[in-house]
Design a protein around this ligand. Structure first.
Ligand code: FES
Length: 87
């Protein structure tokens, strides 16, 4: 499990194993767009301000993943204890 800090929403949420970042944000009342929810379409793209992403999608290319500046919240998780998202 890991934490997500939502910079613009001034909220910190706990993402347990078995729950996605997208689901966690929705449960907290945020309106977050999504479509495929399988890491393929790009709809849920979210900016990452801090922390290391465990990319699980097939949408971002290798250099986008390496840049660590965005993530697909429907499938990707964190390698670090905490991610700060631009949302
Ligand atoms: Fe399609 Fe996340 S909803 S990549």
């Amino acid at each position: 499990s890991f934490e997500i800090e939502l910079a613009r929403s001034a909220m910190t949420l706990h993402v347990p194993a078995g729950k996605t970042v997208l689901e966690t944000m929705r449960e907290a009342g945020l309106t977050v767009p999504s479509s495929c929810e399988q890491g393929a379409c790009g709809t849920c793209l979210t900016g990452v301000i801090e922390g290391e992403v465990d990319h699980q999608d097939v949408y971002l290319n290798k250099s986008e993943k390496a840049s660590n500046s965005c993530m697909m919240t429907c499938v990707s998780r964190a390698r670090s204890h905490r991610l700060v998202l631009d949302i």
